[in-house]
Structures are given as C-alpha cells and as structure tokens.
Design a protein around this ligand. Structure first.
Ligand SMILES: [Fe+2]
Ligand SMILES: [Fe+2]
Length: 257
C-alpha cells in the first residue's frame, strides 16, 4: 500500500506561513509522499515561493508539485521553480518521476494543464489565431501529460494536474467558467495509461469526486474544497483503492465523507 497526501490551492504568502505546518509535521506518520496540485502562491512571486518553501520544505517525505495559473501571474516561473527545487520540492511540468516508497514504486506524472472545456461544450481549433493558440495550449499540455504517464515504469501511477480533467469535480462552480477550469483532453490523457488516481485543484468551489470516461478516480484536492491541511489516499488496497480517509489539520484520521 502507498499512502499519498495531497492538497492544492494553498495560495501561500507571508500571512499563511505557519498555518499548515503543524499538520505537515505529522504528515510522515500517515503518508509516504505529499503531492501539491498547484496554486502554491497568490501571485507567483519569488518572495511568495520562499514562503512556500518554508511551509512545505523539509517534511521528511518527498514533495512533488505542479504549478497553477496563480504561480504564473508575475512571470517569475523560473525563479519560483528554482526556490521550490532548492527546498527539495520537485516541480513537474510535462514530465514524470518514480519514487521508491516503502509500499512500492509510485509514478507521478504532472502538468499544469489548461482550460478549453468538456465534451460538447468545448473550445475548438477553428477561426482566429488566438483561439487556435488557446486550444493548441490545451492539447499540448494534455499530450505532455499522456506521454509522461505512459513513459513511467512503476507499481502505481498517479496523474497530478492543476486544471481539472473532468467536469464532475467542478460541480458547484458557475457553468459559465467551466471552460476556464479544465479540459476533456486531460481526461483522455489520464485514460491513455493505467492511471490509478488523478488529482487536481483550481476549482475552489468545486466538488471532491469525479471519474474519467475510462474509469479513473479523480479527486479535486483544492484546499477550499477538502477544508483540511491535506487528504490522504491509500493506493494498492483492496477492494477500493482510492477510498480512504482524510486527515484534519489536527492530524486526526477521519472517515472520507
Ligand atoms: Fe487556486
Ligand atoms: Fe488556479
């Protein structure tokens, strides 16, 4: 069994430092790895990244992240990535990593993803160059995720994105903004490999649970959705691998509701 802790959209700045840390100190007792689903910062500044590093660095378990749209806001992505990497936080964008954990080899493929919408209500590669560029960005992002997933040799495979791969986990958000919250292409990429679990953030007002057309469990781990420091997923258990428990800021195991 592999125990995965996950949270997204922590939007850390100076005023948030210390808020997650007490629960994070207890994380190694209940999880083997922490996955962050992007929007680590508010505006993507190097200074905010240093706050993220202080809060999420040096946990005693591997920490793997993708960036979110907020982490791009100030055009300081290279500096943000450098600060995170120096804190031991692995940043994925269109690539994968295999972690040798006590319960087996966990493969994590990560990409920020992009918008575009979902089947029947999506942007199409037609018309103005700006629209074509928008759709091309979504396609390229999903293609990179699919290639990364299919390229990993591991026991269990997890997809990590910021944008949503299915509409179910957006339930609660205004329908009008669904095309800016995710794309069906990410779901297709996830289904192109034997993915065990897909984690995303971005949809603060969305819902926790969804499933891809191919049957892969999807979980929206945006902090405003899970309302706890992180959720913990046990993979490799029978019969229901991803249905586990959440963990509260106090570190208390609680039933997944
Ligand atoms: Fe966010
Ligand atoms: Fe976001």
């Amino acid at each position: 069994m592999i125990r995965i802790a996950a949270v997204g959209d922590v939007h850390v700045d100076e005023d948030v430092v210390g808020r997650f840390r007490p629960a994070l100190e207890e994380l190694p007792d209940c999880a083997d790895v922490l996955l962050l689903a992007g929007d680590l910062t508010r505006h993507g500044t190097e200074a905010e990244a240093r706050c993220v590093a202080r809060e999420f660095g040096g946990l005693g378990v591997p920490v793997v992240t993708v960036l979110g749209n907020h982490d791009h806001q100030c055009d300081e992505v290279p500096q943000v990535v450098k600060v995170l990497q120096e804190a031991g936080i692995r940043v994925l964008e269109g690539e994968g990593i295999v972690l040798d954990l006590p319960g087996g080899r966990l493969g994590v493929a990560g990409v920020k993803g992009f918008g575009g919408g979902f089947a029947g209500r999506c942007a199409s590669d037609f018309g103005e160059p700006e629209m074509k560029a928008f759709v091309r960005t979504a396609n390229e992002s999903a293609d990179a995720l699919g290639a990364a997933l299919r390229g990993l040799d591991c026991d269990l495979l997890v997809a990590l994105t910021h944008y949503a791969p299915v509409p179910e986990t957006l339930a609660g958000e205004p329908l009008e903004i669904y095309p800016f919250l995710g794309s069906y292409q990410l779901g297709q990429a996830i289904d192109s490999a034997p993915t065990a679990l897909a984690l995303h953030g971005h949809a603060h007002a969305g819902s926790e649970r969804g499933i891809t057309p191919g049957g892969v469990r999807v979980r929206n781990v945006a902090h405003p959705v899970i309302k706890q420091a992180y959720s913990v997923f046990h993979l490799g258990e029978q019969p229901d691998p991803a249905e586990v428990s959440g963990i509260g800021p106090s570190g208390t195991q609680q039933p997944w509701s």
